[in-house]
Design a protein around this ligand. Structure first.
Ligand SMILES: NC(=O)c1ccc[n+]([C@@H]2O[C@H](COP(=O)([O-])OP(=O)(O)OC[C@H]3O[C@@H](n4cnc5c(N)ncnc54)[C@H](O)[C@@H]3O)[C@@H](O)[C@H]2O)c1
Length: 429
C-alpha cells in the first residue's frame, strides 16, 4: 500500500497526508475546495499551526500532491476519508459529506482497495451507510472485493508537543482481513496501532473519548457556579486537586463549549441510541449545563459593569479570543460567537480581538459576523472599551498590558491569575 488518497484536506486530512508522505507513501490529497488544492500544490499553508515549509517539503520531494479529480482514486491502494460530520439545523447527525464522498469514489473503486473512514460518527455509519453507498456505486462487495475499515482521528490542534505519528491509532475493520489491511496501512506512518474487533467498536471509542470530555467539562462548569456562590475559586481547587497522582484528571471551566468535536459528537450517539430505545441522560445533562454557560458569563458581564454604574446596553465590550481554543485559528462552534450575539442583543456595542483571526471568515451558523475585523491591540484601542471579556486565552496576548489598560476585565479562562492586577478590576466568570 504505497499509493494513498486522503479525502478532505482540513484540520485532520492535511496533517495526516503529510505524515503519510513523510513515511514514504505517495499521497494524493483530494478535496472539493479548489483553493485548498491550489495552496497544497504550491506549498502554502491555510492552517495556522501547519507550516508552509512542511507542505512544500513533501510537494517538492514528490510524494504529496493534491487534486479535485476524484476519479484519480483509481491510482491508489487505499482511500482515507476525513470529511466534516456536523449537526443539521435540528441538531441531528449530518453524514451527507461522508455519503457524497462515497458516491464520488464508488464508480472508481477497484478490487482489493482499502477504504477507511476517519470522520467522527455514530456506530454503524461505516458498515451500514458508507458500505451501502460504496457497494451500490461500484458493484463490488465490501469485505470480499474491497476492504472497509474505520479509524478515528485524534488531533490536538495548538499543542506543539502533539505529533500525528506518535498518537496511538484505533482501527476496526469490517472483517479480520479488512482489519489486517488497515493495521498495515497505518503501521507505516503511525507508531502504535490499537486494533479493535469491529468498525462499530472503533466508532464508539471516538465517541466515548469526546463524551468523557463533554461530561467532565460540564461537571467543572457546574462546580464553578456552586463554589463561586460559596466564595471558593474553582481554579484554585482544580489546581490543588490535580496534584493527586492517581484517580483524578483536570478539566477546566469555560464560557461554553466550542470546536467541531465536543459540542457535536456526543449528540451523534444520543441520536443513534434512540433507535435502540436507549436514553443518554449524562450526555443530555452535560449538554444542558455547558450550553447555559454563555448566559452565565453575560450575567457576570452585567454585574461587572454594574459595579462601575454602567449598563450592558450602550456599553462598548471587547471579546478577547475568537477561536474555540487557545493558540489555534479554528473558530468553528466558538462560544465567542454566542457571547457576541447575546451581548449585542442586550444593546452592547461589541467587537473582538484575536491575534490569530484577523477577519471573520464565512461560517454556516454565524454568517452575520462575516467580514468583521479584529480590532487592534493598542493602549488607545483597549482603553476605549468599557469592559474586556476574555473568552479564549491565547498565549501570545499580553495580559499585563490588558491589566494596565482596562478597568473592567471579565475572565472566563483564569488568564489574569498570573498577572499584576488592580483591585476590583477582574471578575471571574
Ligand atoms: N479537527 C480536529 O481536531 C478533529 C479531531 C478529531 C476528529 N475530527 C473529525 O474529523 C473530521 C474532519 O474534521 P476536520 O476538522 O478536518 O474538518 P475540516 O472542515 O477542517 O476539513 C474537512 C475538509 O473536507 C472537505 N470536504 C467537504 N466535503 C467534501 C467532499 N464531499 N469531498 C471531499 N472533500 C470534502 C472540506 O473542503 C474540508 O477541506 C470530522 O468528522 C471531525 O469531527 C476532527
Amino acid at each position: 500500500m504505497n499509493n494513498i488518497a486522503i479525502i478532505g484536506l482540513g484540520y485532520v486530512g492535511l496533517p495526516l497526508s503529510l505524515q503519510f508522505a513523510r513515511s514514504g507513501a505517495k499521497v494524493l490529497g483530494l478535496d472539493i475546495d479548489p483553493s485548498k488544492i491550489e495552496h497544497c500544490n504550491s506549498g502554502r499553508t491555510y492552517i495556522r499551526h501547519i507550516e508552509s515549509e512542511s507542505i512544500a517539503e513533501q510537494v517538492n520531494t514528490g510524494p504529496f500532491s493534491a487534486s479535485t479529480d476524484f476519479s484519480r482514486v483509481r491510482e491508489v491502494d487505499a482511500i482515507i476519508i476525513c470529511v466534516p460530520t456536523p449537526l443539521n439545523k435540528n441538531r441531528e447527525p449530518d453524514i451527507s459529506y461522508i455519503l457524497k464522498t462515497g458516491e464520488s469514489v464508488a464508480p472508481h473503486l477497484r478490487r482489493g482497495i482499502l477504504v477507511v473512514l476517519e470522520s467522527t460518527t455514530y456506530p454503524g455509519t461505516t458498515d451500514e451507510e458508507l458500505r451501502e453507498v460504496l457497494e451500490r456505486g461500484s458493484g463490488l462487495k465490501a469485505g470480499t472485493d474491497f476492504h472497509l475499515a474505520f479509524s478515528p482521528e485524534r488531533e490536538d490542534p495548538g499543542n506543539p508537543k502533539s505529533q500525528v505519528g506518535e498518537i496511538p491509532k484505533v482501527v476496526g475493520g469490517l472483517t479480520p482481513a479488512c482489519l489486517e489491511k488497515a493495521v498495515a496501512l497505518y503501521g507505516r506512518a503511525i507508531k502504535t496501532i490499537v486494533p479493535v474487533s469491529s468498525c462499530r467498536a472503533a466508532e464508539a471509542t471516538k465517541l466515548l473519548e469526546n463524551i468523557f470530555r463533554g461530561v467532565n467539562i460540564a461537571l467543572v462548569n457546574e462546580l464553578k457556579l456552586v463554589y463561586a456562590a460559596m466564595g471558593i475559586d474553582v481554579w484554585e481547587v482544580i489546581h490543588a486537586a490535580k496534584t493527586k497522582p492517581f484517580g483524578f484528571m483536570p478539566f477546566y471551566p469555560g464560557p461554553g463549549l466550542g470546536g467541531h468535536c465536543i459540542p457535536i459528537d456526543p449528540f451523534y450517539l444520543t441520536w443513534k441510541a434512540r433507535e435502540y430505545g436507549q436514553s443518554t441522560r449524562f450526555i443530555e445533562l452535560a449538554g444542558e449545563i455547558n450550553t447555559a454557560m454563555p448566559e452565565h458569563v453575560v450575567h457576570r458581564v452585567g454585574e461587572a459593569l454594574n459595579a462601575g454604574r454602567k449598563p450592558i446596553n450602550g456599553s462598548r465590550i471587547l471579546l478577547l479570543g475568537l477561536s474555540y481554543k487557545a493558540d489555534v485559528d479554528d473558530m468553528r462552534e466558538s462560544p465567542t460567537f454566542i457571547l457576541l450575539d447575546l451581548l449585542k442583543k442586550r444593546g452592547a456595542e461589541v467587537a473582538y480581538h484575536d491575534p490569530h483571526i484577523t477577519v471573520i471568515r464565512p461560517t454556516r451558523e454565524h454568517g452575520h459576523w462575516t467580514g468583521t475585523k479584529s480590532v487592534e491591540w493598542t493602549e488607545k484601542s483597549i482603553r476605549s472599551y468599557d469592559a474586556v471579556l476574555i473568552s479564549t486565552a491565547h498565549k501570545i496576548v499580553n495580559y499585563q498590558e490588558l491589566a494596565d489598560w482596562s478597568d473592567c476585565i471579565i475572565d472566563t479562562r483564569n488568564a489574569m491569575a498570573a498577572v499584576r492586577t488592580r483591585p476590583n478590576t477582574v471578575w471571574k466568570a
